[in-house]
Design a protein around this ligand. Structure first.
Ligand SMILES: NC(=O)C1=CN([C@@H]2O[C@H](COP(=O)(O)OP(=O)(O)OC[C@H]3O[C@@H](n4cnc5c(N)ncnc54)[C@H](OP(=O)(O)O)[C@@H]3O)[C@@H](O)[C@H]2O)C=CC1
Ligand SMILES: O=C(O)[C@@H]1CCC=N1
Length: 267
């Protein structure tokens, strides 16, 4: 267990997923974690589940932190940074989780002397299966990056990427759980149409997505090869694949991700 103070400014979906992971993994004691939030309700919930410190004073959370996660929506970043910047400790590792906020933009507000990590997590962090792209500024040392990776390992895989790829990370992992949930929901709707109950349909659809994702990660085989292994000659699967190709599934995913990437760049 590390003797390190970790703060979160904004205690919504992403912060609460990360806090649960950190506490569950025993990375630091609950007393070493502080969350601040505009309203009290979410603070009461996180205090009840994780027993961490809470406050509605963002400056108190900033002053407490060796590692500071900025976990408000992007449109509140500037206001929050201006509010807390004089309370941030000089050696604090500041973690941005917002799309589109570049290291140059962050350090122009926080100060060029500050250690800043631009990241993009995703909500599967809630079940310890997140994927996170991370990009340190030049003030962060290798040890700082390893420390952050060790903390984030409690809820996510991490990979250091060049900043030019951070908007791609938003499209391929930050936002992509939403596309996958749509896909699962659509499969479940069809399964219900075929006679399954809702709960049965979600279990069959979601476990199939989970298992398929694991096959990609663990076999190292090309997704096309894995797809071919399911398609028997003159069988059932190739009929479904034919319809998906005809309806433009690949192109829809491609176009959706390019729209997501463009939006992230513009933020
Ligand atoms: N959700 C996702 O899938 C992902 C989100 N992100 C990024 O993570 C960040 C947080 O997103 P998410 O957790 O989904 O958003 P939420 O809306 O769930 O959480 C944001 C929290 O910030 C609080 N807040 C707003 N303004 C202030 C303020 N001035 N001071 C203190 N707290 C404030 C809100 O309080 P209140 O309760 O009063 O509304 C809310 O609880 C965003 O930048 C988002 O882009 C990144 C990757 C994935
Ligand atoms: O939709 C959004 O803007 C955020 C960033 C990635 C996921 N959710």
């Amino acid at each position: 267990m590390r003797d390190l103070h970790i703060s979160f400014i904004g205690c919504g979906n992403m912060a609460s997923a990360m806090i649960h992971g950190i506490i569950k993994a025993g990375k630091v004691a609950p007393d070493n974690v502080m969350a601040s939030n505009r309203s009290r309700e979410k603070l009461e919930a996180i205090h009840a589940s994780c027993d961490i410190r809470t406050t509605t004073d963002n400056c108190e959370a900033a002053a407490f932190a060796d590692v500071l996660f900025l976990s408000v929506k992007p449109q509140f970043y500037e206001q929050v940074i201006c509010e807390i910047k004089d309370d941030i400790r000089p050696e604090c590792l500041i973690v941005s989780i917002a799309p589109g906020k570049t290291l140059a933009w962050l350090s122009s507000l926080l100060g060029t002397d500050k250690k800043i990590l631009r990241t993009m997590p995703n909500t599967p962090a809630m079940v310890g299966e997140g994927m996170m792209g991370i990009c340190p500024n030049e003030r962060m040392t290798e040890d700082d990056v390893h420390l952050l990776q060790d903390i984030c390992k409690s809820f996510s895989r991490t990979q250091v990427v060049g900043e030019h790829l951070m908007d791609v990370v938003t499209a391929v992992s930050g936002s992509s759980p939403a596309y996958v949930f749509l896909f699962i929901e659509a499969m479940a709707d069809a399964a219900v149409a075929g006679g399954m109950t809702r709960s049965q349909a979600y279990e069959f659809a979601a476990q199939s997505v989970l298992g398929s994702a694991k096959m990609v990660l663990e076999t190292g085989k090309h997704p096309g090869e894995l797809k071919d292994m399911v398609c028997s000659p003159a069988g059932t699967t190739i009929e479904a694949v034919r319809v998906l190709e005809d309806k433009g599934l690949r192109s829809a995913v491609f176009e959706a991700m390019m729209a997501c990437l463009d939006k992230s760049k513009g933020m």
